[in-house]
Design a protein around this ligand. Structure first.
Ligand code: ATP
Ligand code: MG
Length: 368
């Protein structure tokens, strides 16, 4: 009998007032697979994770975790999953070490096991030196690392990480990537959301791009590049003043952030022909070029192409800003904690009530 998929989502919809956060999501993740859920701000990533983690019931559609229904079998689902939410959920008054031991108790580890695992994780996440300081004195990145460590006290069969490295410096990001890879090597299935294309490409076997509440593309980084059209002609002009003329002259040419650079997405099958036509046209018009090259699109270009400028424009600003807000946010009401506690405590935890939803909504407005 084939193994049950770790995640199986069919036509899931979720509406908040006028906003349809999920409008018919379908997604499957096999056991042991790492899937990166990639999408711009407001795409529906967190909403989908919350549905899968039993924190939010869908309006319609079904979601199953290892065959278990997230609504009807929520308690069983919670025993198999771990979650690190988008906003850090640590107890400010406790030290880092105490935070981890507390989660150890929730997960029913013995005192000795909890101590040992806590020490290991503190070391692993480079928090050893601050282990006995109250978490309120931690920087944003330190909190984030502690938060993640606390979802790893017991190895979950399926782990959800909602933007695990937003706001972290490169070293902390690498540390988190390493730990994540170890977990995966030990057999944990991972669904992570991210806005960092590099992260999705580095960690995930497969990327699912979500926008406006639906999955709009799926595949490896390479598949997605192929889907968008294969190749890009990169033109470096001698003079920025020629950019407008070059764009007018060459079909499909687009200006870039660099005033001297123009790019032309072309069909992979006809890339060389296109390159020679474009070079000829520019030379014919007397436009001097410093460099012309053919390359694969970057994942950033793929992302922008798939999601379109409109989806990224109106939403919240970049990762840096978000991270700051996340760090300032009082995490007490954040469902991430509920998810972890739920994992440990099993049946007692409940789907958060509308208070949670409203809290989050308020936070969103602060951010917007
Ligand atoms: N509790 C809520 N109440 C009202 N609207 C909500 C709520 N949660 C999400 N939304 C809306 O649903 C949409 C999807 O939000 P979601 O948090 O899932 O996006 P996201 O992809 O996680 O975005 P980000 O990258 O900014 O974290 C957004 O338009 C958001 O404003
Ligand atoms: Mg989110």
């Amino acid at each position: 009998m084939p193994a049950l998929p770790a995640v199986q989502v069919t036509d899931v919809r979720k509406r908040f007032g006028d906003t349809e956060a999920l409008s018919g999501v379908g997604l499957e993740v096999a056991e042991g697979e790492v899937v990166g859920l990639l999408g711009p701000n407001g795409a529906g990533k967190t909403t989908l994770v919350r549905v899968l983690a039993t924190l939010l019931p869908p309006d319609s559609g079904t979601a199953r975790i290892f065959g278990l229904d997230v609504v009807r079998q929520a308690a069983e689902v919670r025993r198999t999953i771990g979650l690190t939410g988008q906003y850090a959920a640590v107890d400010e008054l406790l030290t880092g070490r105490e935070n981890l031991r507390m989660f150890g108790e929730l997960f029913h580890l013995s005192g000795r096991q909890a101590r040992r695992r806590a020490d290991e994780l503190l070391e692993r996440f480079d928090l050893g030196h601050a282990a006995d300081r109250a978490a309120r004195t931690y920087s944003g990145g330190m909190r984030r690392r502690l938060d993640l460590a606390s979802s790893l006290l017991v190895r979950p069969r399926l782990l959800f990480l909602d933007e695990p490295t937003t706001g972290l410096d490169p070293r902390s990001r690498n540390a988190i990537w390493d730990v994540t890879r170890e977990l995966v090597a030990e057999g944990t299935t991972l669904l992570l959301t991210t806005q960092y294309l590099e992260e999705a490409d580095q960690l995930a076997d497969r990327i699912a791009v979500i926008d406006h509440g639906t999955i709009i593309a799926e595949g490896t980084g390479d598949d997605l590049k192929d889907r968008v059209g294969g190749q890009v002609i990169d033109i470096a002009l001698a003079a920025a003043a020629d950019a407008t003329a070059a764009c007018a002259l060459v079909d499909g040419a687009e200006a870039t952030d660099d005033p001297r650079r123009v790019r032309v997405p072309v069909d992979a099958d006809d890339a060389l022909g296109a390159l020679s036509r474009v070079s000829g046209a520019l030379a014919g018009a007397g436009i001097s070029v410093r460099d012309v090259g053919l390359r694969r699109p970057t994942l950033d270009e793929v992302f922008l192409d798939l999601t379109g400028p409109a989806s990224t424009a109106g939403a919240r600003t970049g990762n840096g800003d978000d991270a700051e807000v996340a760090e300032d946010t009082d995490a007490a009401g954040e469902p991430a904690g509920v998810g972890r506690a739920a994992n440990a405590a099993g049946d007692d935890a409940e789907v958060p009530d509308s208070t949670h939803v409203d809290d989050e909504d308020e936070r969103r407005q602060e951010v917007a």
